[in-house]
Design a protein around this ligand. Structure first.
Ligand SMILES: Cc1ncc(COP(=O)(O)O)c(C=O)c1O
Length: 441
């Protein structure tokens, strides 16, 4: 029996993975990753499509190898992400850098090498533009520009990257100045990029297509590629709807054809999803360490051996993830996707971690308060599996808080074999760069 509505994770596999690698543990389902890659690559498009996987979502070496082998290119948000992907075997000409960083000194030299090796540079500020201008001109390198549209959408305010509360890209009000400078320097922009945020309403994603095409028409005569960013809404919970990529692609295709008919310009389309590729492929396997309650007016707490240091999305965004309760022997007690056997009053529980932090809970609302969820009563040592944890969990958590050790990552291959793709960190690794107070050489 599967624990969730897609993929291949069964209670038996959870028990087996825990026996082999101990818990907490991230388990990724290769079949879901492949399905998501295929679905994005099949998006309708008018004049070509390039898909860049946003590696900030999960930058494990084996996953980068798997995902790029499907034909995806990469979206980077830092130089180190690029170097890391290169170390995993991905050539720079399959990467684009969209960063808040301002590379100076040694980093600047690295940036130049990476650009010369074919990495696309997506200019995100006037300062970045000024710093790269002479180098780009001398080497005849066309640039991309991330435009800040002043409006965006996300699953929470902190995931909206397009509104004026966020600082990403060259703001529309600076475009004239940027283009004026670029003209004087003899620079060419052959690509434009807007990423409005993550997990917002797909209607907003469609609106961005129109808006961005308007920017191309008004400001960018040399642009040949239009990047619509990532941010496809994924459904982690049963009551959520995922973005329909066929529908979004069909809309983009229509708009690109209309644009061509109006301007005689054929634009190639890029998208750069992270969440959509990885989120629902990942499961965090934890065990119940303790149970507590806070009296008649309080809550029933279930304390797990992995919390905010393994999945901090509830704390950061008030995100909800599906819970699966599995007995230590491998019996499914409850699945988020079938709660019909539970008592809607008595079976309300709050999952917390072991960190010394009151926000260390998987059941938080957007204000940071705990909010009970429906799940079966687990016994001590039972498993609680937290779904939707393939993206922005392993790559984004404060994993050494309270001197916790970064946990292992395992891939469930298509042939049902487990593959360890990251070992658990050791305590020695955690402290290896620290130096003592005395005898410090
Ligand atoms: C520039 C850029 N592109 C793509 C993404 C990926 O977004 P998502 O994971 O929502 O698909 C992000 C996420 O923050 C981003 O900042």
């Amino acid at each position: 029996m599967l624990i969730s509505k897609e993929g291949r994770i069964t209670p038996e596999l959870v028990v087996k993975a825990a026996e082999l690698y101990s818990t907490p543990l991230y388990l990724y389902d290769e079949s879901i990753i492949l399905d998501r890659c295929r679905r994005v690559l099949e998006m309708p498009n008018a004049f070509g499509l390039k898909v860049r996987y946003a590696i900030k979502a999960n930058s494990n070496k084996a996953l980068l190898q798997l995902i790029t082998a499907q034909g995806l290119h990469l979206d980077l948000s830092s130089l180190n992400e690029g170097k890391r992907a290169f170390m995993a075997g991905v050539p720079y000409d399959r990467m684009m850098l969209t960063t808040q960083e301002v590379p100076l000194g040694e980093e600047r030299r690295d940036l130049e090498k990476m650009i010369l090796a074919g990495m696309k540079y997506n200019v995100c500020s006037l300062r970045q533009l000024k710093l790269v201008a002479d180098f780009a001109h001398e080497n005849n390198i066309a640039l991309s520009m991330r435009v800040h549209p002043g409006t965006g959408a996300g699953e929470s305010a902190t995931r909206n990257t397009g509104h004026d509360y966020s600082s990403f890209g060259v703001h529309l009000t600076d475009i004239d100045q940027a283009l004026d400078f670029a003209r004087k320097k003899g620079l060419v922009f052959d690509q434009i990029h807007v990423h409005i945020g993550s997990g917002g309403d797909p209607a907003e994603w469609r609106e961005n297509i129109d808006r961005e095409l308007g920017f191309v028409e008004k400001y960018f005569p040399d642009v040949k590629t239009i990047n619509f960013g990532g941010g496809f809404k994924e459904a982690r919970m049963p009551d959520e709807d995922a973005a329909d990529l066929q529908h979004l692609g069909a809309y983009a295709k229509r708009k690109l054809i209309e644009f061509y008919e109006r301007t005689n310009r054929k634009l190639m389309m890029e998208v750069e999803p992270g969440t959509f590729i990885m989120a629902n492929a990942g499961y965090l396997i934890t065990r119940v360490l303790d149970k507590k309650h806070t009296g008649a007016n309080g809550f029933h707490f279930i304390l797990l051996n992995g919390g905010m240091e393994t999945n901090s999305r509830p704390l950061l965004y008030g995100s909800r993830h599906p819970f699966y309760v599995i007995s230590k022997e491998g019996q499914l007690r409850s699945s988020e996707f079938d709660l019909s056997a539970l008592d809607t009053e008595k079976d309300r529980r709050v999952i917390v971690g072991k960190c010394c932090e009151s926000g260390d809970s998987q059941c938080l609302d957007e204000t940071g308060n705990v909010t009970p969820r429906l799940l079966a009563e687990p016994q001590l040592d039972d498993f609680i599996v937290i779904g939707g944890t393939g993206a922005y969990c392993s790559s984004m958590t404060p994993f050494n808080y309270n001197s916790a050790l970064q946990i292992a990552e395992v891939l469930l291959r298509e042939n049902n074999a487990f593959l360890l793709i990251r070992k658990r960190q050791t305590l020695e690794q955690l402290v290896e760069n620290e130096l003592p107070l005395s005898n410090n050489v």
